[in-house]
Design a protein around this ligand. Structure first.
Ligand code: FAD
Length: 339
């Protein structure tokens, strides 16, 4: 089957790689390289803690299963996605808050443990003033989702997928209620099936823009560099969410959705730097090297992976959190296309 995929972020690239062994794939992306959208600005943390195990039961189960899926993809890509899971340490403003946050996760079988100060100091020896209690999730991992998308797109291309980078899709071609291809400025790409994996841009590509409800939420990524001893673990504290990103580099993610103080991204980055120094005073010369903002796609219900109502052969795949859910979006689209 000829499958045209719009978007080579983590979602489109995962689907393309998965389908490329048995379908004729064309990936079209407006950006010059794969993974340059929200995926390229993602914190990329495969975690269960930012999910409500009781209120979001299906999402919680996916999050617990995600690490195995990323391990398998890592194996298929020769171990290039990540070297080893760093694990995470999470704590709240008080020990009581940490317990209240952790207990529903532990009750649902999360592979995590509440640990005391001695163990925290062993796992994160360079954290100043560690709390008496933290949730340790040794299986957590974080990866560069943009880089991952690039690897998967490349693997799809090696399987025969055609990559059209730097080409903006203007719309979906529809004839007699069926998707027949993609409309670009200079040409039309004929396809039997079209998959929209264009993140926040999906609504603009729908023949009926109201067919799916997909909002967006801004977030920022702060990149820091430093020398000196620091823990090799993802840290989520009341002040700062920060993780190692290769020797000498750190990444921090911030919400820009207006829920916090109204500040510019540069001011927020300066605050992140100050909080990171307070947390890890051993880091010498800690400096902000880059900041980037991106819109995160926020589909109604958290996840859309299926047919677009009203148009045969047209599918959409989008989720929040899109990195964690990319394998499951890909599973659903593959199952629908293969059935
Ligand atoms: C700061 C930050 C931190 C985050 N942290 C996490 C996290 O810890 N864990 C997690 O799971 N998620 C996290 N997310 C969310 C996650 O990054 C996104 O959900 C995910 O990357 C979305 O992937 P995607 O492939 O759907 O979209 P994108 O990566 O945005 O890809 C869409 C692609 O479609 C292309 N495109 C759009 N319109 C067109 C068009 N008309 N023609 C051609 N191409 C088009 C774009 O160029 C882009 O490459 C974070 C996001 C941000 C910004």
């Amino acid at each position: 089957m000829r499958v045209a995929i719009v978007g080579s972020g983590i979602v489109g690239a995962w689907i393309a790689f998965e389908l490329s062994a048995r379908h004729r794939i064309t990936i079209v992306d407006a950006a010059p390289q794969a993974g340059a959208g929200a995926s390229g600005r993602s914190f990329g943390w495969i975690n269960h803690i930012h999910c409500d195990p009781e209120g979001e039961s299906a999402e919680f189960d996916r999050r617990l299963a995600a690490r195995d899926r990323f391990d398998r993809m890592n194996d298929r890509l020769g171990g290039a996605l990540f070297a080893a899971g760093s694990g995470s340490l999470v704590w709240g403003v008080t020990d009581g808050a940490t317990e209240a946050m952790a207990n529903p996760h532990l009750a649902r079988g999360a592979p995590s443990r509440l640990i005391g100060r001695d163990e925290i100091e062993r796992i994160a020896p360079h954290v100043a003033g560690p709390p008496a209690l933290a949730l340790h999730s040794p299986r957590d991992v974080a990866l560069s989702a943009g880089f991952a998308a690039g690897l998967m797109a490349q693997a799809a291309a090696e399987n025969g997928a055609r990559m059209l980078m730097g080409h903006t899709v203007l719309g979906v071609e529809v004839a007699q209620g069926r998707a027949t291809g993609l409309r670009l400025a200079e040409t039309v790409i004929a396809a039997d099936v079209v998959v929209l994996a264009a993140g926040t841009n999906i609504p603009r590509l729908l023949p009926d823009p109201g067919a799916l409800r997909i909002g967006s939420s801004p977030a920022g990524l702060v990149r820091l560099a430093a020398t000196g001893p620091a823990p090799a673990v993802i840290l989520d504290t009341p002040k700062v969410e920060i993780r190692p990103a290769g020797p000498g580099y750190w990444l921090s993610a911030v919400d820009l959705d207006g829920s916090g103080p109204q500040m510019s991204l540069d001011d927020i980055a300066a605050r992140v730097r100050a909080d990171a120094i307070a947390l890890m005073p051993g880091l010498r010369d800690l400096r902000v090297t880059a900041t980037a903002a991106a819109a995160r796609p926020m589909p109604q219900g958290g996840l859309i992976a299926g047919p677009v109502p009203g148009v045969e052969g047209l599918f959409a795949a989008v989720s929040h959190p899109g990195v964690i859910n990319a394998p499951f979006l890909s599973d659903r689209i593959a199952a629908l296309l293969d059935s």
